[in-house]
Design a protein around this ligand. Structure first.
Ligand code: HEC
Length: 204
């Protein structure tokens, strides 16, 4: 009787969907919003530097997140393949998060320091030079295009407004740090930071 109503009444379907969605939001999302300050205090997570913020923007603009996730679920096969599972603190300063949804390439949550800076540069310029069977596109222009740093202060101020604890001094120095750097170099610095700060956090 009930299943008949579910399949035949649009109203019941909509009400049931809203109920299930609201329940998930209340149980899974609201507690973490309320606990943000506590998670920050208890974690070793540190905000990205100005150069890493610029590198992260290159990561987004080149669509790296379309092929790579930054989300290791706490299940055995994933942890064995990709390293430790994501923790709340990993994304505490991430706006927007880059969890991704498609895994054409490996998960990058724990990538930092897995390879040398030079390996990362060569791999980005031509992945097949270090991984002969790689399907990943090459990004040689990243090491030719230079960042002006013109928008980095605004970006960091926007992040500050969202709660990332940058000091005004850090923001004032951001432009100089980024200016003149190639996109590729900033991207490598971002990649090398992945998973590093929170690696030592205790599971609680
Ligand atoms: C079309 C899909 C695709 C896109 C887009 C892509 N990658 Fe990849 N990536 C792969 C594949 C497949 C591999 C595995 C083969 C290899 O190591 O090259 C890989 C491997 C990697 C690795 C090595 C990971 C490891 O643990 O060995 C890094 C780092 C990486 N990609 C970074 C990037 C960055 C940064 C970008 C954006 C500039 C990017 N990828 C864009 C498909 C992609």
């Amino acid at each position: 009787m009930l299943s008949k109503d579910f399949t035949q009444s649009l109203v019941i379907l909509i009400v049931a969907t809203v109920l299930v969605a609201s329940f998930s939001i209340v149980v899974l999302i609201v507690p973490n919003l309320v606990r943000t300050d506590e998670i920050r205090l208890r974690s070793m997570a540190i905000p990205l530097t100005a150069v890493q913020v610029a590198g992260r923007d290159v990561y987004i603009s080149e669509g790296c997140h379309v092929c790579h996730t930054q989300m290791v679920r706490n299940i055995d096969p994933e942890v064995k393949r990709d390293g430790r599972a994501n923790k709340e603190a990993d994304d505490i300063y991430e706006y927007p998060n880059l969890w991704g949804s498609k895994r054409t390439g490996p998960d990058l949550t724990n990538l930092g320091r897995k390879y040398s800076d030079q390996w990362q540069r060569i791999h980005l310029m031509n992945p097949r030079q270090v991984v002969p069977t790689s399907l990943m596109p090459a990004y040689p222009w990243l090491f030719e295009q230079v960042l002006s740093g013109d928008d980095i202060e605004d970006k960091m101020r926007a992040l500050q407004t969202l709660g990332v604890p940058y000091t005004d001094n850090e923001i004032d120095k951001a432009r100089l740090a980024v200016k003149g750097m190639t996109k590729g170099e900033a991207l490598v610095q971002y990649l090398q930071s992945l998973g590093q700060d929170t690696a030592g956090d205790q599971e609680r």
